[in-house]
Design a protein around this ligand. Sequence first.
Ligand SMILES: Cc1cc2nc3c(=O)[nH]c(=O)nc-3n(C[C@H](O)[C@H](O)[C@H](O)COP(=O)(O)O)c2cc1C
Length: 372
Amino acid sequence: MVRDAAKETIPLLTRYKMGHLELSHRVVLAPLTRCRSYGQVPQPHAAAYYSQRATSGGLLISEATDVSPTAQGYPETPGIWTHEQVEAWKPIVDAVHRKGAFFICQIWHVGRASTNEFQPDGQAPISSTDKQISPDPESGMVYSKPRRLRTEEIPGIVDDFRRAARNAIEAGFDGVEIHGAHGYLLEQFMKDGTNDDRDDEYGGSLENRCRFAVEVVDAVVHEVGARRVGVRLSPFVDFLDCVDSDPLALGEYMVQQLNRHEGLLYCHMVEPRMANVDGRRQIPHRLLPFRKAFNGTFIAAGGYDREEGNKVVGDHYTDLVAYGRLFLANPDLPRRFELGAPLNKYNRSTFITQDPVVGYTDYPFYEDNNHV
Ligand SMILES: Cc1cc2nc3c(=O)[nH]c(=O)nc-3n(C[C@H](O)[C@H](O)[C@H](O)COP(=O)(O)O)c2cc1C
């Protein structure tokens, strides 16, 4: 049984014009690393996975995609620096476009969130710092000790992002999202907890710490045009030991820098961890100052469901809402929201495996099993 509310127009399912892209609804697929790109080459099963989640006028953001051989920190993540990788992305992007959806490629470098095994010739992963991430007792994950990047090496990495963006457009993507969130390379530079001992122009003041990320944004905008560039940031998140003493100032500074680029596609921000308020887990809703300061489309992510998503779009707290785990487990999430239908539960144990089907393309569609 679906709710009586079925098919009523809910805020999440209203149209929205994001730059030159005419979106038919506001339910965005958040970037989700799935580790199924063997040898760092995207595989045909990704076409099935993404096109399952594509709707006419919907917006999908790809899993984080490595910009270079040193960018990798997890098994079988896709890359976008070789011709072979670009060619392998093409049919995947085509499959999404055939459904009428728009597809953005998230480009990243993990920095110190890596191990020697993932690095060319077993070298040390690179970072703002030579401090290692403390081992995670839950996952048992131990990252290798990183090597602090020399000042003169930074332009080369900016160039890796630029080339990755160029390649993403060549592969047919509608744009790129620069991954400046979650404790990976760009954030390692931005936050003072992980960038506390550099004395060059990439360390010290807030402006200096953000310089690398800003240079990446500028280079990518220059390469593919502001209307094709989104940026993801998470000033409040403390993932991978990456914390800042003043996340509000950090976020506001970065938003100002993004505002220099007229027509930038979007700013995508992640909420702080869920908080327990009156015995209930609640989204902290701390992104409002950034939403207000940013001149373009704003995407919020982190813990949203149908009710919370409708509320924040209805309140103009955000323009779009990105869904991670719920979209992972519900390929037809916008349709389920439309119907007020129950959701499949996600299975955490298959989030990150190399299986081409299980936990990937085998989550059921609501209407295959129910008459509506
Ligand atoms: C399996 C998994 C993989 C993820 N991979 C990425 C990623 O590649 N890039 C990224 O920016 N965030 C990644 N995230 C974070 C999600 O995009 C999202 O911000 C997070 O899951 C919170 O949203 P949710 O509560 O809707 O799941 C990942 C999350 C999960 C669960």
